[in-house]
Design a protein around this ligand. Structure first.
Ligand SMILES: [Mn+2]
Length: 357
């Protein structure tokens, strides 16, 4: 049986991190739609019987009805494909959500319960659950048992795996891979983690977000396509997002002025389709103002510059000098040693001071 597995599309997300470039957020929302169209095209052309959407299909707080209509229309173009949706923490099944109020077609099955439910047909058993609020701390999987079946058992769920946590330290619907294996799932169609884990040995996969949402989602994004029997599962990854977010590190040691650095960035060989964040490293010989550089460079696809450089002065040595520079450095160094400023602040202060002298 053939299937497609996607997750974390986040339709209508505002893309606030892309606001530095005019209309880029809107372009990305169009690209989300294009990626989704490709999913539907693939299903049509390959007679795929099942589409698993493992949560965060849309952003509850931002999604518009017109977008839901757009999604639903595309669903109706693949009437022979059964579509299973397990709402996630960004699109929970709650009262007055579109999952609650909108009438999707007959081929769309939405899991509506925080406990595990089973859908069974002649080919497969599909187990799924919904986020019914924006955060779920405990997984209903803990108490699940699977009866023996000759058909593949598939789990579709939005969850954290093996103790993964978000930046704030929260685990969403946490489950253990070993638990899924011991229960006897033949495929885990997961969502929530935006980076794919295609080398997983245990048939438990995240496809990653369908299109990258920002610079914390580097590399290729798309969908998993698979073919499963009780004995084996073969999967492939198909890229859907034509853009990539990329980081480029470069050392500033050899540049003697801001102008040198800007010239170098202007001549960087970049792929027009990708979006770039430049990370400056090494020892700098001049003050770096990333905002100013970004403005002067004005390359459409260079969105961010992060300054991780250190100043190129031997401060200990300079602070021993019996002149204005020495006294100044010693003062600032003392403040830093007393904890009155951060390392970055003290470096900036010295740099600006020394340049002024
Ligand atoms: Mn997500």
């Amino acid at each position: 049986m053939k299937f497609v597995h996607i997750a974390d599309m986040h339709f209508d997300i505002p893309f606030t991190s892309l606001n530095t470039v005019e209309d880029l957020g809107e372009k990305r929302r169009i690209e989300q739609r294009n990626a989704f169209k490709k999913v539907i095209e693939y299903i049509k052309q390959n007679n795929v019987g099942y589409l698993f959407i493992a949560g965060d299909l849309y952003e509850h707080d931002y999604v518009r009805e017109s977008t839901i209509e757009y999604i639903s229309k595309l669903f109706s173009q693949i009437p022979n494909c059964k579509i299973f949706i397990t709402p996630g923490n960004h699109d929970p099944y709650i009262k007055n959500s579109y999952y609650d109020t909108y009438e999707f077609g007959d081929n769309v099955y939405i899991f509506r319960n925080a406990r595990i439910e089973k859908y069974e047909d002649e080919n497969v058993n599909i187990y799924g659950m919904a986020f019914t609020e924006f955060f779920m701390e405990e997984s209903p999987l803990e108490n699940l048992t699977l009866p023996f079946s000759n058909k593949p058992n598939i789990l579709v769920a939005h969850c954290d795996l093996d103790g993964a946590k978000d930046k704030e330290g929260f685990s969403y619907n946490p489950i253990l891979e070993s638990k899924l294996n011991s229960l006897g799932f033949d495929y885990g169609a997961l969502g929530h983690i935006h980076k794919n884990n295609l080398n997983n040995k245990n048939k438990i996969y995240y496809p990653g977000s369908t299109v990258a949402l920002g610079f914390d989602e580097l590399g290729e994004h798309g969908m998993i396509v698979g073919d499963i029997t009780k004995e084996r599962v073969n999967i492939d990854f198909i890229r859907l997002d034509e853009r990539k977010f990329e980081e480029i590190q470069f050392k500033v040691d050899d540049f003697s002025s801001k102008e040198d650095l800007i010239d170098r960035i202007l001549n960087l060989n970049l792929d027009d389709m990708n979006l770039y964040k430049l990370i400056l490293i090494g020892n700098r010989n001049f003050e770096i103002n990333t905002r100013e550089i970004l403005r002067v460079v004005a390359r459409e696809n260079v969105l961010k510059i992060k300054d991780c450089t250190k100043i190129n002065y031997d401060l200990e040595e300079l602070s021993k000098q019996k002149n204005l520079k020495g006294i100044f450095i010693k003062e600032v160094l003392d403040m830093y040693n007393k904890g009155l400023c951060t390392e970055e602040e003290y470096q900036k202060a010295i740099e600006i001071g020394l340049e002024a002298m």
